[in-house]
Design a protein around this ligand. Structure first.
Ligand SMILES: [Zn+2]
Length: 386
């Protein structure tokens, strides 16, 4: 936990305006064939925003449309493997994969990520690359790298590269076993998945090599869908903790469930998934659902975080299943119409109440009590465990 916090603090200090936070308790845990008491191999995490996007200006100084690193293409075959020996990138229609060294990609990785993004767009009814978003050049995430130039400075391989509206998806390793985790913001998606580390890298680090249970055999496409949902939805509007982690968690499951039948590698990643709901501090019912939504679990310590994932997951599930496929579109439109902006990292009760008011306007004043009744009836969010 301390290592994780350290990593995240470092990330915050480098990324600057974008605040990352994490919640290891709130993960879709992918178990290995030899489960132990600590079976977390890949984790999903969070993203927050600090500024409204639809009114900001592009602050580019010297945008570049090139990078010195090699462009790679994959062959689409799930049984083939590409291993990066230097920084390199893969370009697709809506994103660019930015590879660290020692990343191992199955040949169908791009095919699967393409499908995930299309599915997110279809399910949510929004574009991954909205025209009203102000795009920055690729942010400096050199904190994740250790390659140095001749002066001993860490190289930022993608410095100022302008990829327009495409999502920069960083595929990173963790050479020092700092418990780095996947995360996202409106500006980028970062994927740190042990299954994507090269075998040479894995075997060169004792804390990995001697603990094979830490590494899943399967790429965690559910986490990738979770993080991409963050980036895509945050390009449209701000969200509370519950709404942000909830929509990502809901989509992380929904997308892999939908794609599994047509995408064998996505199907494989479903094996062993456990959608644990044990971290709910208070059973949810008609009387307390609105209060919990407004509280947004903002005072939970990092170690206890997780409830916002589960509450949010079921809240979005309730809306989509009972009120139609346009639940996010309606929320997004209202946020824009009423010009509501919210910084997740700085809890503000009045703004969260305004956001709760959006759902009341859309679905009726009793929307939260109806949601609470639904939770009790379905036995969701009833598993208080601490
Ligand atoms: Zn998240």
């Amino acid at each position: 936990m301390n290592n994780k916090l350290t990593t995240l603090v470092l990330a915050v200090s480098v990324i600057g305006s974008v605040l990352l936070c994490s919640c290891d308790a709130a993960t879709a845990v992918q178990t290995t064939t030899e489960p132990t008491e600590e079976t977390t191999t890949t984790t999903t995490t969070e993203a927050t925003t600090t500024a409204p996007r639809w009114e900001t200006e592009v602050p580019e100084e010297n945008p570049k449309d090139t990078t010195p690193y090699e462009k790679i293409t994959l062959d689409g075959d799930k049984t083939s493997t590409f291993v990066s020996t230097d920084f390199c990138y893969i370009e697709s229609e809506k994103y660019v994969l930015l590879l660290d060294r020692d990343i191992k990609l199955p040949g169908d990785f791009v095919t699967n990520v393409d499908a995930i993004i299309s599915e997110i767009e279809g399910e949510l009814g929004v574009s991954a690359c909205p025209s009203d978003f102000s795009y920055n050049t690729i942010p400096d995430l050199s904190i994740y790298y250790d390659k140095k130039d001749e002066d001993g400075n860490i190289i930022n391989p993608w410095e100022d590269w302008d990829i327009g509206a495409k999502i920069p998806i960083f595929l990173v390793t963790d050479r020092e076993d700092k418990a780095r985790i996947s995360c996202a913001s409106y500006d980028f998606t970062i994927i740190c998945d042990y299954a994507l580390f090269s075998d040479d890298l894995w075997n060169s680090i004792p804390s990995y090599k001697n603990n094979g249970w830490r590494r899943s055999k399967y790429v965690d496409y559910s986490s990738i869908a979770h993080e991409l949902t963050h980036t895509i939805t945050l390009r449209h509007c701000d969200q509370t903790n519950i709404l942000c982690e909830g929509i990502a968690q809901y989509m992380g499951k929904k997308i892999v469930d939908k794609l599994a039948k047509d995408y064998p590698s996505i199907n494989e990643c479903l094996k062993g998934y456990n959608w644990d709901e044990s971290n709910i501090p208070q059973k949810v019912n008609a009387k307390n659902a609105e209060k919990i939504f407004i509280d947004d679990y903002h005072s939970l310590s990092h170690a206890d975080r997780g409830a916002e994932y589960y509450f949010g997951h079921h809240f979005w599930q309730y809306l989509f299943e009972n009120y139609g496929d346009d639940a996010f579109v309606k929320y997004n439109n209202k946020m824009h119409m009423e010009k509501i902006k919210y910084n997740q990292s700085n809890y503000d009760e009045n703004t969260v109440k305004e956001i709760a008011g959006i759902f009341k306007e859309l679905y009726g004043d009793d929307i939260f009590s109806k949601f609470g009744d639904w939770c009790v009836k379905k036995n969701y969010l009833q598993n208080k465990n601490y």
